[in-house]
Design a protein around this ligand. Sequence first.
Ligand SMILES: *[C@@H]1O[C@H](CO)[C@@H](O)[C@H](O)[C@H]1NC(C)=O
Ligand SMILES: CC(=O)N[C@H]1CO[C@H](CO)[C@@H](O)[C@@H]1O
Length: 252
Amino acid sequence: MFALRPLAPVRPQLARWLRTSAGVGGAKVAVVLSGCGVYDGTEIHEASAVLVHLSRGGAEVQMFAPDVAQMHVIDHSKGQPAEKESRNVLSESARIARGNITALAELSPSDHDAVIFPGGFGAAKNLSTFAVDGKDCVVNKEVERVLKDFHKAGKPIGLCCISPVLAAKVLPGVEVTVGHEEEEGGKWPYAGTAQAITALGAKHHVKEVTEAHVDVKNKVVTSPAFMCDTQLHLIFDGIGAMVKDVLKLSHK
Ligand SMILES: *[C@@H]1O[C@H](CO)[C@@H](O)[C@H](O)[C@H]1NC(C)=O
Ligand SMILES: CC(=O)N[C@H]1CO[C@H](CO)[C@@H](O)[C@@H]1O
């Protein structure tokens, strides 16, 4: 017969590791979406890559989106606006969040250690007017507030693809990457964005698709993602580098 022995107390270090690996006690990260689908909302593969890498990094995630109408609805099978259709950014983003989404107005840096904005045209159409106005764009008021508040609180901000224009507009002098500055035969179809970044008063850094740029002073981490026309796994890896650096800067 075995006598039942009380469990030995778990050493603090091990206890911390157990909590982190279970996603409890890791960094609390807010992910801000802009709809569902590359041409009028969040780029779905980028959002998914962000979530996979956050999960692996032991983070606890909450998803947010502004409760506003989309600029328009694109029929993705035709690449054309679907006339007379209108959709709400929060409801569409809820598809990616498996239903669990919160209005962006409720996002406060006091509840989170970091914030991440995946890309997709939604960031340039619904979170800002960059797709229409370029360097003269305006940024959604809630998005502007969130970026400024996390920045002021010294909490890291991660962005990829076209989303770095949001930081470039709102945080003066910030360093970001949107990849390369020349189209290079179609490999970087949106290379002109780098010029707009500079025109917005930010500093552009050339990076490869598998890399992230870290602005240490501003705690802003960016990766090119779908700004590059390349294989999906390379985009996935670049987003992984971005997420890893965001988690590192959050010190959790
Ligand atoms: C929804 O997300 C919140 C915040 O991350 C979490 O606390 C809650 O358990 C989630 N609810 C469901 C039904 O998954
Ligand atoms: C319908 C519409 O255009 N909705 C909004 C999408 O986001 C931009 C940027 O904030 C707003 O200007 C639009 O009103």
